[in-house]
Unconditional design. Structure first.
Length: 379
């Protein structure tokens, strides 16, 4: 099939709340359409762009594996998907002829990008002499929804099946309290481009504070009953959180934007930007809001303690408290040296929150602020 605007033998169907269409195309069709720009991948509505390399995220090992299976005639790829965005392209279906006429525009791939790339590789292999059948047929579901709705399709196809990192799926399709977490990231000058919205795990070369899943999980634990569906309440909640994070960064600059050298140093020596601490900050923001506590008490997060005659930061990894309460656990490396690793589990999270709540002077259960357990200093 050369590039054309009409598809034949198309079956109308429905997916989600929208009408859509099922068609059959060949591998050669897909390669031709992709080469001419009729098909494209939009990373903003897929797995995103790697925040370090700036390249679209693709699991090339998966692509190569599926391409090899296609060449051998053994691949199970399921249905592919295309979307002609409603704001860009009009579709006209003729029931009697079962023809779908496509207006000007290109189709994006809201799901199945890896499968499309595998088909392209298999087609390329045929030119090099492989036995891949260029007339191999594929089922395609064709949508005609907005670009924003592609986020929902990606979420449904990936998050519910656990195929993509929760960070990416939650960022694209904000359900429930993740709406509040996303609004904080978008509004805070300290979190914009400082929270990874693509991957759950940050590489050593990634200077960002945390992954969005880390932040959203904290909101899911401590802000679940917040009425984010009330627009006025949502805005008030975001205003409080933005002010909270502004103050937090004023006291602990490590929670703002850092270059990679500084971020590595902080990760190696402190717990201030750890997942446990970030979850605790989100919980403290809720406690302080509910107890009507002034943000000035966050100054106490600059507290120091005396250890073996030396003044160190309360959140330093050298503070023996963290090992005593199981936040840090001793491990033996392959070379035989000892180290302390962060234990990111339920009990250590509870202990971190308890210690920071005690430090700044808020109660975890009642509404009366307590006195700080440690006097802040910066000796």
């Amino acid at each position: 099939m050369a590039v054309k605007t009409t598809l034949e033998n198309v079956q109308p169907t429905q997916d989600g709340p929208y009408a859509c269409y099922d068609a059959v195309v060949t591998a050669q069709d897909i390669a031709t359409l992709y080469k001419t720009g009729f098909l494209k991948v939009d990373p903003d509505h897929q797995r995103g762009v790697d925040t370090v390399s700036r390249k679209p995220i693709l699991d090339m090992e998966k692509v190569e594996r599926w391409a090899d299976q296609l060449i051998a005639g053994e691949a199970y790829l399921g249905q592919l998907s295309w979307n002609f965005r409603k704001e860009e392209t009009a579709l006209d279906y003729e029931h009697e002829k079962r023809c779908l006429t496509i207006g000007a525009g290109a189709a994006t791939i809201p799901d199945s990008a890896h499968r499309h790339m595998a088909v392209l590789k298999a087609v390329e292999s045929a030119a090099r002499g492989s036995k891949f059948d260029l007339q191999r047929k594929f089922s395609v579901r064709i949508y005609n929804v907005s670009a924003a709705e592609e986020n929902r399709i990606f979420y449904a196809m990936n998050q519910e099946g656990k195929k993509a990192d929760p960070t990416r799926s939650k960022w694209l399709h904000r359900v429930g309290i993740t709406k509040l977490a996303g609004a904080l990231v978008e509004r805070s000058q300290h979190l914009q481009d400082n929270v990874d919205t693509v991957r759950d795990r940050l590489s050593q070369r990634n200077p960002r504070l945390c992954a969005f899943n880390t932040l959203s999980r904290a909101f899911e634990e401590h802000w679940t009953d917040f009425n984010q569906d009330d627009e006025a309440a949502l805005q008030k909640g975001v205003d409080h959180l933005v002010s909270f994070w502004d103050k937090l960064v004023g006291v602990r600059p490590e929670l703002g934007k850092l270059d990679i050298t500084r971020r590595k140093k902080v990760r190696e020596t402190s717990l201030v930007d750890s997942a446990l601490a970030i979850a605790a900050y989100v919980a403290l923001a809720r406690l302080m809001r509910d107890q009507n506590v002034d943000l000035s008490i966050l100054d106490r997060l600059s507290a120091t303690v005396m250890v073996n005659g030396k003044v160190i930061d309360f959140l330093s990894r050298q503070n023996p408290l963290w090992e005593e309460i199981g936040v840090l656990v001793p491990v033996t490396k392959r070379n035989g040296t000892k180290a302390l690793n962060l234990r990111n589990a339920k009990e250590p999270r509870k202990e971190m929150l308890k210690r920071l709540a005690d430090l700044i002077g808020v109660h975890l259960k009642d509404g009366v602020p307590a006195q700080a357990a440690v006097v802040p200093s910066r000796s």
